[in-house]
Design a protein around this ligand. Structure first.
Ligand code: FMN
Length: 150
């Protein structure tokens, strides 16, 4: 069975709404043979990353970058995972107040360094998520999970 690891920093109800939509998409009944593991970014480890076959990452935009929690996650796992996770699929979502550019750039740069392969368009949301936003997050979760079905 394939494993999809969701690493997220979810500090508010708006972020929680997006996270729940991603999980709902990734665990929809049409997806078979994919185990979904969720980890708060501050508790995710290199072992979690090595044991997974694909990744979903979620963060708020903070001070023009990804959250410190997701940055800490990457700091911890980058070198331990560099050798063996190249080519693995991932997707991500970012929630912000008004400008998520720096967070997006940071995630793209680090995942390019890791050699991960983006398997779905990034979802970016500012302000209170609407139905279109949660649907996009659902699609994100479902797309990356479906790609892991064997
Ligand atoms: C210290 C701090 C810095 C922030 N920096 C940014 C930022 O650079 N860009 C942005 O779009 N939003 C920024 N925000 C807003 C957060 O992204 C937002 O609060 C978070 O996504 C949660 O959304 P919510 O407050 O609507 O629930 C910042 C929030 C805080 C507390």
């Amino acid at each position: 069975m394939a494993t999809l690891l969701i690493v997220h920093h979810t500090p508010s109800p708006n972020c929680q709404a997006l996270f729940e939509a991603v999980v709902a998409g990734a665990t929809t009944e049409d997806i078979e043979g994919v185990r979904v593991v969720r980890r708060a970014a501050l508790s995710a480890t290199a072992s979690d990353v090595l044991a997974a076959d694909g990744y979903l990452l979620g963060t708020p935009a903070n001070l023009g970058y990804m959250s410190g929690a997701l940055k800490h996650f990457f700091d911890q796992v980058y070198y331990p995972c560099l050798d063996t996770t190249k080519g693995r699929p991932f997707g991500y979502w970012v929630h912000g107040g008004n400008d998520v550019t720096g967070a997006v750039r940071g995630i793209e740069t680090i995942t390019t360094g890791l050699g991960w392969r983006r398997a779905a368009d990034a979802v970016t949301v500012t302000g209170e998520p609407g139905r279109t936003d949660t649907e996009a997050c659902w699609e994100l979760g479902a797309t990356v999970a479906a790609g892991l079905m064997v």
